[in-house]
Ligand binder design. Structure first.
Ligand SMILES: Cc1cc2nc3c(=O)[nH]c(=O)nc-3n(C[C@H](O)[C@H](O)[C@H](O)COP(=O)(O)O)c2cc1C
Length: 193
C-alpha cells in the first residue's frame, strides 16, 4: 500500500469510526455540513448509474412528530409499550437524523444493486462525519424493518411506498468519545490455484 498521507488518513478514519450517540443536544449541525455528507454519499459505486439515493433530513420538531407517527403505527401493530415509547423518542436522540433510502427498480438486479450502492453511500457518510469530527451512528429499528411502521414513516418523509430505508444515520456534535469494540477475526478463503 502506498505510504502517503491520504492512505494513512483513510485507514485511521475507517479504524476510528465508531457508533456514537453521545452528542451535545445544544450544538447544531449546519445545513452545509449535511449537504456535504449527502454529496459525499453519492460518490459510492453505482453499477447502472441509477441514482438510487433518497435522502430525508429530519431535524427539530419533525423528529418528535415522526417518532409519534412511528410509535402510533407500532402500537397499532401490537408493539409492546416499552418498545413503543422508545420509538416515540428515538429520533430525538441526536439533533439530526438523516434517513437514507434506496429507490426501487423494475429490474431485480438493479433493485438489489441499488440497495448495495446506498449502503456504500451510508458508509461514506459515516466516514466523512467521523473525519469531520461529528458523532454518527447507523441505526435501523421498526421504522426501517417493520413494514407496518416504516410505511407511515416513509409517507411522512415524502418517500414512495417502494423506496427502501437502508439507514437512519444519527448525527450530532460529539459530547464524548464513542465506545470501543473488538473485531472478530476475518474469515478468509485464499484461492490461489
Ligand atoms: C444495517 C444496520 C443496522 C443497524 N441498526 C442498529 C440499531 O438499530 N441499533 C443500534 O444500536 N445499532 C445499529 N447498527 C449499528 C451497529 O450495531 C454498530 O455498527 C455495531 O454495534 C458496531 O459498532 P461500531 O459502529 O461502533 O463499530 C446497525 C448497523 C447496520 C449496518
Amino acid at each position: 500500500m502506498a505510504e502517503n498521507g491520504a492512505y494513512a488518513a483513510v485507514a485511521a478514519t475507517i479504524r476510528g469510526r465508531r457508533s456514537n450517540m453521545n452528542v451535545d443536544h445544544a450544538a447544531p449541525i449546519d445545513d452545509a455540513a449535511i449537504d456535504e455528507l449527502i454529496e459525499l454519499a453519492r460518490w459510492a459505486p453505482n453499477h447502472f448509474r441509477t441514482n438510487p439515493f433518497r435522502f430525508s433530513v429530519i431535524r427539530g420538531a419533525a423528529r418528535g412528530r415522526l417518532g409519534q407517527i412511528a410509535a402510533d403505527a407500532l402500537a397499532a401493530a401490537g408493539g409492546q409499550p416499552p418498545v413503543v415509547e422508545r420509538q416515540r423518542v428515538q429520533f430525538e436522540r441526536t439533533p439530526v437524523v438523516l434517513a437514507v433510502a434506496a429507490a426501487p427498480d423494475a429490474d431485480p438486479v438493479k433493485h438489489l444493486e441499488n440497495r448495495y450502492t446506498v449502503a456504500a453511500g451510508v458508509q461514506n457518510i459515516l466516514l466523512a462525519a467521523t473525519a469531520g469530527g461529528l458523532a454518527s451512528a447507523w441505526r435501523s429499528g421498526p421504522a426501517m424493518v417493520d413494514p407496518a411502521v416504516a410505511g407511515p414513516v416513509k409517507a411522512a418523509l415524502g418517500l414512495a411506498p417502494d423506496d427502501e430505508i437502508v439507514a437512519y444515520v444519527y448525527l450530532g456534535q460529539q459530547a464524548g468519545p464513542p465506545g470501543n469494540r473488538e473485531l472478530p477475526p476475518a474469515v478468509v478463503n485464499r484461492i490461489n490455484s
